[in-house]
Design a protein around this ligand. Structure first.
Ligand code: AMP
Length: 395
């Protein structure tokens, strides 16, 4: 069997995994280990044709990774063929502007940034440590969601607050979804025949979390997310931008604690909060189409804020060659794309309804009229991007 790349995306009580063929880049196996540490912990394996779940009661990350390694034979694979392991890391702070092969030194550097992604970064570090204990000779690579945004200039990454908060405490805008933005921008440049050294595009990653980025010649120049995954666009349950005085206002008015307010902004806001129905765009579009006005209102605010932020990102460009839609909503929601483009007429967008309906669900492709500024749907593939980085760095 030819060599393979194993990709991990670790959370505090779960991890997703994918195994790619190192030559063809075909996805051979993927899956998820969930509810780790609990009695109903389980691991699910998916191939092109099958889905199998194994119960792993009370398994921790280490036990679940061992189960994964020992189960590969069930799918005609062997851990001995894994040549490199890649890990998604949510925040690499200012220390990492590209993916990197793991060493003890850079792993301890990463641990300094745990506070910026308290649920995700420690989980990635744990995954790396488990693999290096089980397979000490196997190279591992860290791929950072923030690395793509390290090309932002100070005018774009600084908050207008006292400078020592940046200098002494690293408080600045880091961005998010960088691996996805990088992947879809590369794909769009190829598919639209743009010059790799002379393009200016905006990428909108619209999933449960949402962010958009302005990119010149492959380098990010501005993005909507900031220090934490709350800034910028409205999301499934996250508010995105609100007045920074909201905490103080609500603390006084409702006697809520900082934790309660932060929880409300992260988990009870966005599409869910405004609609009162769901954080899922599918459900909201169906509800709106059956006459639910609150669902319609949530979608209107989502599309309005999306257009407003995209127009803001355009201020960093001197022309706009394309807008890219990706993520669960960007790839699948034809009405959201249509409404966002309508709100962006000022930038020369006009949707072509036939293309907008056809493209996205099954295929990547343009969704605008011939004389419009181009907008294109590109299916993201963060795992493949991580696998490609692993191969680039360990060749
Ligand atoms: P992601 O985080 O990229 O997996 O995106 C998940 C989100 O995509 C869901 O919460 C939905 O809001 C949205 N989504 C997925 N499929 C569809 C669809 N067919 N139509 C509209 N929204 C969708």
């Amino acid at each position: 069997m030819s060599q393979q790349v194993l990709v991990f995306n670790s959370g505090s009580s779960s991890f997703k995994f994918s195994i790619f063929n190192a030559e063809s880049h075909d996805l051979l196996l993927s899956g998820i280990a969930e509810r780790l540490g609990q009695v109903d912990a389980e691991i699910t394996f998916k191939t092109q044709t099958s889905k199998t779940t194994k119960q792993i009661p009370s398994a921790d990350h280490e036990t679940a990774i061992s189960t994964l390694c020992n189960s590969l034979a069930d799918f005609g694979l062997s851990f001995e063929d894994v040549a490199v392991v890649g890990h998604r890391v949510v925040n690499g702070g200012e220390a990492f502007s590209d993916s990197i092969v793991v060493t003890p030194e850079n792993l301890s550097k990463l641990e300094q940034y745990n506070d910026f992604a308290p649920l995700h970064n420690p989980a990635a570090v744990l995954g790396i440590k488990v693999i290096s204990t089980l397979f000490p000779a196997l190279p591992q690579v860290m791929v950072f969601d923030t690395a793509f945004h390290q090309t932002l200039a100070p005018k774009a990454y600084l908050y207008p607050i006292p400078y020592y908060l940046y200098k002494d405490h690293s408080i600045r805008r880091y961005g998010a979804h960088g691996t996805s933005h990088r992947y879809v921008v590369n794909e769009a440049v190829q598919q639209l025949g743009l010059d790799p050294n002379d393009h200016q595009v905006i990428s909108a990653h619209l999933g449960n979390g949402c962010s958009a980025a302005a990119v010149i010649n492959g380098h990010c120049v501005d993005t909507t997310m900031g220090l934490t995954p709350l800034e910028g666009l409205m999301m499934g349950t996250r508010s995105g931008d609100v007045d920074p005085s909201l905490h103080q206002f609500l603390a006084k008015k409702m006697s809520w604690s900082i934790e309660q307010i932060t929880n409300m902004l992260n988990k009870e806001s966005g599409l869910l909060g405004l609609s009162g129905i769901s954080n899922d765009m599918r459900t909201l579009v169906e509800a709106r189409d059956s006459g639910n006005q609150q669902a319609g209102l949530a979608i209107d605010v989502f599309c309005f804020r999306l257009a407003r932020q995209i127009a803001g990102l355009a201020a960093s460009l001197t022309r706009l060659d394309a807008l890219i839609f990706t993520g669960g909503i960007g790839e699948n929601s034809e009405p959201v794309r249509a409404q966002a483009l309508k709100n962006l007429a000022i930038l020369g967008f006009e949707a072509e309804p036939e293309y907008n309906q056809k493209n996205g669900k099954q295929s990547n492709g343009l969704i605008t009229k011939a004389d419009s500024t181009p907008a294109i749907v590109i299916q993201t593939n963060e795992e493949l991007m991580i696998a490609m980085d692993c191969l680039r760095l360990t060749k």
